[in-house]
Design a protein around this ligand. Structure first.
Ligand SMILES: [Zn+2]
Length: 442
């Protein structure tokens, strides 16, 4: 299954022997046409948005927008513009390559070729064959992403001074990720496929229950067992800061199992803070890079924002919507797995359950891109709510100065294209957030 030769497999729809796809598009099954239309529309829209964004940022490169004029020097603003431009160009390249990758595996017959290759070793339609097919898809996806990940880390991030990762650490991370994928991912995949094959008509409900249980378990074990494999976590040592953080927690009626500092600086200069865990196992984690940049007041304000997410139960809301939605998605998959047009329309003539799963994971993003602005809008609403909470429980002015510092040091653009931002940004543009915080402060 390795090498590109297996991808030159004649697709199912080319039944008219010598006629090629290009010569007779009318020979395409209707679902192939729908799929192609979505793939092209999504890619063109994505490229159009990136183009707008890159040029908007370029146009505003030579002047720091008013509210930041005092706090952010012109050279930082220009660096942010160049960084955004470089990332947008990379995203455009990725979008085009990704469309090609999906086409190659579907209508190009790639997935069918992988299926056939494994069928020579394991009985097609069985558990072993299904796991091999899906794992192969995972490996192919990883190989596809690899050059982009390398270019990002050792190209763009390095050029702009953010990357702190050596190639050696990168390889060590990769090896650990691969080991985790094999140790956790493969048994998980096998369990899901076994349920799907063994549980009869309602297999999708069983898989959903299993998947949900696994996710909850992962939230509990991630901070204590998995995250330490990649980073070192040390209890927050700064006594003064610790006292302030604890006072804030008490003020907000919040309990956490511990305050930790993570050595994020091993990999990147970008700073962050987050909460992990569930219930009593909750911990607060500060990136060391964040503590280096912000003073105690600002750290407190950032933490108050994060507490705002907890206070408003944003994670619970998210689960309450995503859990039933994923049940619907699995029910859809179960239905599609019985429709011959689903397989033939996507370039496969095998129609077993594992093939349906593989095709589904490949093409779901192609059809779901119209949801992106809805999800982004939802997320931005949560950010505003967390900011309001932070303004109530800490100093809004300090959250503003923290944001300005983080925007400056992360080279995040202050002038995103409004349409691009609406579509993609999980966080509101800095200018909007800051204007709102300043209004709350008064
Ligand atoms: Zn937030």
């Amino acid at each position: 299954m390795s090498g590109t030769a297996t991808f030159i497999h004649r697709p199912r729809f080319a039944m008219t022997d010598s006629t090629s796809l290009l010569l007779s598009p009318l020979a395409l099954p209707p679902f192939s046409v729908v799929f192609l239309a979505f793939l092209i529309a999504g890619t063109v829209l994505g490229l159009g948005l990136l183009h707008r964004h890159a040029h908007h940022v370029r146009r505003h490169r030579d002047a720091v927008p008013q509210p930041f004029a005092d706090a952010i020097p012109l050279h930082s603003h220009q660096r942010a513009a160049d960084y955004t431009f470089a990332r947008a160009r990379m995203s455009a390249l990725h979008a085009v390559a990704n469309a090609g990758f999906v086409l190659l595996l579907t209508l190009g017959g790639g997935l069918q070729a992988v299926h056939d290759a494994w069928a020579g070793v394991l009985p097609a339609g069985g558990l072993g064959h299904g796991v091999a097919l899906l794992a192969s898809l995972g490996v192919l996806g990883w190989l596809f992403e690899l050059p982009f990940a390398l270019l990002r880390t050792f190209g763009i991030e390095k050029a702009f001074g953010f990357n702190r990762m050596t190639l050696r650490l990168y390889l060590a991370d990769t090896a650990r990720e691969a080991a985790l994928a094999a140790l956790i991912g493969l048994p998980l995949l096998a369990a899901v496929l076994w349920l799907a094959l063994a549980m009869g008509e309602l297999w999708w409900a069983w898989v959903w229950g299993f998947w949900l249980g696994f996710n909850l378990l992962a939230m509990v074990i991630w901070p204590t067992f998995i995250a330490p494999l990649f980073n070192r976590f040390t209890p927050l040592a700064d006594a003064a800061l610790k006292a302030r953080v604890e006072a804030l927690l008490a003020r907000c009626g919040f309990r956490a199992k511990g305050l930790f500092v993570m050595d994020g600086s091993r990999r990147s200069a970008h700073g962050n803070a987050y909460f992990t865990g569930l219930g009593a196992a909750k911990r607060i984690v500060f990136f060391d890079t964040l503590l280096d940049k912000l003073d105690a007041d600002e750290v407190e304000a950032v933490l108050a924002h994060e507490l705002g997410h907890f206070h408003h139960r944003h994670l619970v809301h998210r689960l309450a919507v995503l859990a039933p939605a994923s049940l619907g998605v699995l029910a859809l998959l179960a239905w599609l797995a019985q429709q011959p047009w689903f397989f033939s329309g996507l370039g496969m003539h095998s129609s077993d359950l594992a093939s349906a799963l593989a095709l589904f994971t490949l093409v779901l993003p192609v059809f779901s891109f119209p949801l992106a602005p809805v999800l982004s809008h939802w997320s931005r609403k949560h950010e505003f709510e967390a900011d309001t909470y932070a303004a109530r429980h800490a100093d809004a002015g300090k959250l503003v100065s923290a944001l300005v510092k983080l925007y400056r040091d992360n080279a995040s653009t202050l002038t995103p294209d409004p349409l691009y931002s609406r579509f993609h940004d999980s966080h509101p543009p800095a200018a909007l957030r800051i204007a709102r915080l300043q209004a709350l402060q008064r």
